[in-house]
Design a protein around this ligand. Structure first.
Ligand code: 0L1
Ligand code: MG
Length: 256
């Protein structure tokens, strides 16, 4: 059987070269979710070896809309690096991705470490600030189709993120209206409440799940709480602007 390091190389190279690959589980149907998180860690270690720096974590599949869109019904997580952070209001180069999609999220930045089983109040006490965010997801698998171990190994489709203006951690983001517009036309309408009922629950889950992997959320880490709506496919020529009620807007252009 191909080693976990060999599989990490496959998913990392697919992301680096924007090349679609078959699902790992096509040839390895017994691959476990535990194996998949080990592959993810090894593939992100390859990025770090190329000079990328830790930026935090992303939570994925934290809303019903997202679970239904991809046919997987478990919360997943992935690792963020500084190279994934994109300049708000700038260009997204379509050619750097296999089949990118965008989804509205809430971002937390931490002032204190957070690990293991924590309450929502303890999680919020560790937060420095909260911001509207957009995540660019890009499954490296052909046709954006995968089973749970595939998507976890592929760093839970992490590929980019935009963060808007930071607001105080006391800002109530439990139920904010969201409108995602593409070229001025609304394509997704939702609420931050779709993220596990309240995005802070996603931060609680991040502390627990990341802790299980022997890591902890560190001061300065950004945590993306997960998509509040289904994700929208991106093609050159699109201008995406997403407004978060009372929290501001985040936008970017898609170019070749
Ligand atoms: O951020 C997400 O919710 C994505 C998790 C992986 C599934 C997908 O690529 O849509
Ligand atoms: Mg997401």
């Amino acid at each position: 059987m191909t080693s976990l390091a060999g599989l990490a190389q496959i998913v990392d190279e697919a992301a680096r070269t924007a090349t679609a690959i078959p699902q790992l589980t096509d040839t390895l149907p017994t691959l476990t979710v535990e194996d998949a998180y080990a592959i993810q860690a090894l593939s992100v270690a390859r990025r770090r070896a190329r000079g990328e720096r830790r930026a935090g974590y992303k939570m994925g599949l934290t809303s019903r809309a997202k679970m239904q869109q991809v046919g997987v019904s478990e919360v997943v997580w992935g690792r963020l690096t500084d190279a994934m952070r994109l300049a708000e209001g700038g260009d997204l180069f379509r050619s750097r991705y296999v089949h990118p999609r965008v989804e509205p999220e809430v971002a937390y930045i931490l002032a204190k470490p957070l690990e293991g089983e924590v309450s929502a109040a303890e999680a919020l006490a560790a937060v420095e600030a909260i911001a509207p965010a957009l995540e660019i997801i890009d499954s490296r698998y052909q046709n954006f189709k995968f089973a749970l171990p595939d998507v976890v190994a592929d760093n839970s489709s992490s590929s980019g993120f935009y963060v808007g203006s930071w607001a105080p951690r006391t800002t109530d983001v439990s139920n904010l209206g969201i409108v995602m517009e593409v070229n001025g036309r609304p394509v997704q309408i939702g609420s931050t409440a779709a993220i596990l009922g309240d995005p802070i629950r996603s931060l609680v889950a991040a502390a627990r799940l990341v802790g299980r992997a022997g890591e902890r959320l560190e001061p300065g880490d950004i945590v993306l709480a997960g998509g509040a709506t289904a994700a929208h496919p991106l093609t050159p020529g699109l201008h995406v602007r997403t407004a978060f009620q009372g929290l501001g807007a985040v936008s970017f252009h898609v170019v070749d």
